[in-house]
Write a protein that binds this ligand. Structure first.
Ligand code: DON
Length: 310
């Protein structure tokens, strides 16, 4: 592939060298002890094109905890299960300007979370799935496996347990939602599904493949399967742009300008509609919980390819 004029490998290797310079300036998530053990010097990046070609650099095939990136998969599944009209009655579509795990806004806005990617909104989305099926985790895993076109994607149960043991803030949010009448299933059941969805382990290559339908109008180019309508893909991409990086979303749009979703495991998944799905992973985070070297890598990618959507 190195003779191909569209080969992005040299560019990705160059970006890795540059982005790695940020490593040492951030902090690995330590509020989930099992995540704090991940080596801070890891960096991987995968770019999947809508024509099926793929380019990778660094630790692109190492599995990491996808954490909040999972919220995109649960959103898509909930929309499919309960329909958009029912779901959007229970969760908004506006940026929050607050930390992802904040309780304050939920209290002042009477239990209607601002968007599906802050924890309060994600818990409502997870509730929609949990109340709908007897095996929500299997339904979600099946869906993620279909999206990534890979059958052995798994849940890291140690990460899930570790998060459950330290999940007082998420439990508080879930109980508040229940008290406000915006949670149907049992609080314990919703939290259990939420912790396990966050603990799904995937590589950069897997995540980029799973996001490819969002870049390809809802179709998975790797299998030809139509996984969502073009309208749904467009709408999810717009939520990534406005809500995908929590209170860091404005600065991310300013620096990078590509719809994306981050997770505290250090992954960021990004979509360039009509062209590429990208995933970058590096565990050290900035103060808002977004990967430091990952953000830098996407900034360089957008600049060097001139593929920012702006
Ligand atoms: O709810 C939590 O605390 C985590 N399991 C997921 C949060 C997350 O990844 C936020 N992302 N930046």
């Amino acid at each position: 592939m190195s003779n191909n004029a569209n080969d992005l490998t040299p560019l990705l290797e160059n970006i890795e060298t540059e982005a790695r310079k940020s490593i040492g300036r951030g902090k690995v998530a330590d509020y989930i002890p099992a995540l704090a053990r991940v080596p801070r010097d890891r960096f991987g990046m995968a770019v999947c094109a809508v024509d099926g070609t793929e380019f990778v650099t660094g630790d692109a095939d190492s599995c990491f905890s996808i954490q909040s990136i999972s919220k995109v998969f649960t959103l898509e599944l909930a929309l499919k299960m309960v329909g958009s009209a029912a779901l959007w009655k229970r969760v908004g579509r506006e940026p929050s300007g607050n930390a992802f795990n904040s309780l304050v806004q939920l209290e002042s806005e009477q239990g209607l979370p601002r968007n599906p990617f802050i924890n309060a909104g994600a818990l409502v989305v997870t509730d929609a799935i949990t109340a709908r099926t007897v095996s929500p985790v299997l339904a979600l895993l099946g869906s993620v496996r279909r999206y990534a076109a890979r059958q052995d994607i798994y849940i890291d149960e140690e990460v899930a347990r570790s998060e459950a043991e330290h999940g007082h803030r998420n439990a508080a949010i879930a109980h508040l939602l229940k008290a406000q009448g915006n949670l149907n299933a049992k609080v314990e059941d919703v939290l259990s599904v939420y912790y396990r969805q966050c603990a799904i382990a995937m590589s950069c290559r897997d995540v980029a493949r799973a996001f490819l339908p969002l870049a390809a109008g809802g179709r998975q180019p790797r299998t030809g399967e139509k996984l969502m309508t073009p309208l749904r893909a467009k709408r999810i991409n717009s939520l990534l742009l406005t809500c995908g990086l929590y209170d860091g979303v404005g600065n991310f749009a300013f620096r990078v300008g590509i719809p994306a979703k981050s997770g505290v495991g250090g992954g960021i998944a990004a979509v360039i509609p009509g062209k590429y799905a990208i995933c970058v992973w590096s565990p050290e985070l900035d103060e808002l919980g977004n990967s430091l070297a990952g953000t830098r890598a996407l900034e360089l990618f957008a600049r060097k390819t001139r593929l920012s959507i702006f």
